[in-house]
Every structure is written in structure tokens, then in C-alpha cells.
Ligand binder design. Sequence first.
Ligand code: HEM
Length: 485
Amino acid sequence: MPYIPPFPKPLEKSSKRSLWNLFQRGRRSWLDTLYEGSYRGDMSRVRIPGLNLFFVKIPDLVKDVLVTNSASYPKHEMIDRALKPLLGSSIFTTNGKVWERQRRMLDPAFGQAKLKDVFPLMQGGSNSLLSRMDKIPDGGEVDIEIEMTHVTADIILRTILSESLESETAVMIFEAFSEFQEKASLMIQLGFIKVPLWLAPRTYIIWKRKGREIRELLTKTIRKRYDAHQRGEAASHQDILQSLLEIRDPDNGSAFTFEELVDQVAMLFLAGHETSASALSWTLFLIAKCPDIQERLHQEARHILKDDEPNFKNIHQHKLIRNVFRETMRLYPPVGFLTFRKSVGENKLGEHMLPEGSPVAISPWLTHRHRELWDRPDEFDPDRFDKSGEMPSCSFIPFGQGPRICIGAAFAMQEAMLILASLVRSFRFEPGPGPDPMPTARLTIRSLEGIKLHIRKRDLTTPADDSFMPLAEELSPTSGCPFHL
Ligand code: HEM
């Protein structure tokens, strides 16, 4: 049976709203301000006092902005204002030569060799999740967003800093981050309409304070490792911080300064767990709603893993899991909007002339549900990714594209496949009570009121289904193209 999962019903054209009404709706979630027409056409324009924003929706034009002419569309400074207290000058928001140096030096920490090194650290986080799940009584209810936020924060702390969420510092970092990002959403919205941030004084103060607290906690943890490295002590960890301590800029041999290290680690924590938590939560909701698909995933995991622990090689063989995860990110892309770009000079984009300085928006949410691009755009159909080679490039952009494509895309895929393979082998998920969760746009696409699921343990003593035929392709963990990730 085709399944169309929940999303906010688009507004009808005839119901054109006042600016104030749209602002109020947008404060709740910008997904609630979309019209049916937003999902059609090549570009649209939003003009409100102080803002002349160009929305780019179709793959050719997305490619123009993100890939072919990316130098003419650097990141807009808008988001920098909202993240600066925490991230300082991190790779996420910088441009030009500063960004080029940061990217050159961070890339090796996310290459295939490093992903293999950090696999056992990831596995530690995943095993800890399995033990928590095991303690839930059969048929018990879980808020899966909370669990997925916990496991992804735990994994990011383990892989970057070799700390686990069981440590006191890690818990403090995690809690301060949750508050920071809740406030950062409003700061981004105010920045969007050019309102001075201090006009929301309570939010402004908490947001600044939390940003400072997180930096202090990270500073303490990184300081010990930085000083030991400066003293020439032998490496005691295999984590990402170790790579960042050792890396030298191939252009001039310089290392990251201490401040730069804190900026990058703060950004990796923020970018690296919230997004994965969102995608994993929606995946588990969707398979709970589609028991036939969940059964196929279970059989795939049993066929590939047998009684073994998941390992670096076998998790990449789960092609069905990969397709389900990609289809989930098509329907619920964790990053609903890429960071706004800014037109440097006048640029011709499609039929439009963009004046100097115009903000340019690309939304994976809109492109992934574009009515003229996708067959049955709102339907959950993981098998469509078997034919993904036929899709134009830049039609599926959960990780962005071009030089600024997500540096952690392969990390995120490895983590997701490890967690999902481990979960679907041992547990069955069923929808929880009440209405289905409605997506809402925060820093990432989350649910309005949590995603409740029932969880049941599988009986692994029964034989696996012999007739199950795995999809044959051997997957490469890092092939560079998001379609094949
Ligand atoms: C499912 C999980 C993830 C999704 C959907 C995702 C999505 C994205 C997207 C869409 C961008 C591009 C933003 C833009 O162009 O405006 C991005 C950039 C970035 N992501 Fe991710 N991300 C995920 C996981 C991760 C992880 C695990 C890490 C690191 C541990 C990470 C680190 C970064 C960094 C550093 C950038 C900035 C790259 C640059 O500007 O050069 N992400 N991510």
C-alpha cells in the first residue's frame, strides 16, 4: 500500500495571507508558510521590506549556485550572527581563503581511513543505545527523538573527543547545547528580517550565556590534549581531535591554533549530531508505519550480519537500509534550508538577473518534493533509489552539493547504517499512541511533539528467512556522491 507520511498541508493560493499572519506562522515553523505553488516552478521570489530573496528550486539552477558558479555565491553572513557566540570562526560560516584552509585541514579527519579508525568509537555509542533499548519492557513506549539525540550526541563526543555521554562534562555540554540551539532558531529568524538581536532580551541573554558555557567546557577538555600534544607526548587517542592536532596545512605547514580548534570542535558537535538524530528518528517512524518494509530490513540485517557484531565492512552492505535512509532524507531532509548564499556582483540565474548582494535560498525540502521533478513526490518509496542513477544531479541534496558539501556525509551514513542495522536486527518498532507526528522546522526538521513508538524484542532463535535475496551491489563507504553514499 502506498504510504504518504505527514507533512503540513500547503496553503492554497486563494488564501493569500497578510505578512503578519505569515510571520506568525513562520515563527512556529516556516514549513507552515508554504503554498502549493512553492513546490512548483524553477525559482520564486520573496519580497518583504528589507528583504529581496530568491528561492532556487530546480536541479539545474541549484547546480549553478552550489557547483558550477559557487564562487559567485558565498555563504551569507546572516547565519554567522546567530552562531558566532558558539562557533566563533568555524568552517560552517567562513568564506574565501579562511574557509579553503579550514576545509583542506579538516577533510582528512573525515576520509575513509579515519572513518575506519573511529568505527569502534561509533560502535561503543551504538552498543550503549542497544543496552538502553534492551531494558525497555517488551511493547514499552519510547520517544525515539530523545533516544536518537542521545545516541548521536554520544557518538559525536566519543568520535571527536573520546568522551562518552556517561561523563559529567559530556552531559553538561549536551544540555547547554540543547538550550543554545533552541534560542539560536529565534536569533536566525530575527537576523532574517534584520531585527537587532537584543530586541528579544531574554532569549538573547540565554543564547549568549549558553554559547559561552559550551565554549568554556570544550576549552577545558581540549586544553589538556592540546598542551600534551605541544609537549610532544605520544598520541593516546585515535579520535578526530587527534587528527586535528596533528594536521598541518599542506600549503604552509601551519597547525590549527588553540582557538581555531575550539571553533571547529564546537561546530562539529553542533553540525554532527542534531542532523543525524533528526534523520534517524524519521526513519524509525517511517518503518514503524510500514511493517512490510521493516520486515525486509530485518531480513537484510540477519542475512548480512548473521550472529556477528556489525563491523566496518558488513554495515556498508545493507543496501535496503541505505535506500530507506536516503528516502527518509528526501522526505524529511534534516537541513530544510541550506545556509543562504549571497550573489557577488550581478548574476544571471535562469531567466532572472540577481542584483549584487541578493540573498539566495536553496531548500532540500522543496527540491525533494518538487511536483515536476519527482514521481509521487510525497509518497514514501525507498525502492525509487534503485533507479537513482536516472535522476538529474542536484535533485537529491540532503548534504548540499559542490565544494561546500557536508564534510560529514560519509560519517553520517556510516553511523546511520550501523545504528539502523543493529536496531532492526534485534527490535521491531510499532507506531505509538495518538496522531502521527507533524514535521516542524527548528534548526533541523523535527517533530512538533515528539515521536512515540512501541518497541518489541525480536526472537533471534527462529531461523532467518532463507528465501531473502540481498541486493547484490557491494557498497563503498565513501564514494563521494551523495546518491551512492
Ligand atoms: C544526516 C546527517 C547530516 C546531514 C543531513 C547534514 C547536512 C549538511 C548540509 C546540507 C550541509 C551544507 C550546508 C550548506 O551548504 O549550507 C552540511 C555542511 C556541513 N556538515 Fe553536515 N550533515 C549531516 C551530518 C554531519 C556530520 C556527522 C558532521 C560532522 C561530524 C557534519 C559536518 C558538517 C560541516 C563541517 C559542514 C560545513 C562544510 C563546509 O561548509 O565546508 N555534518 N551538512
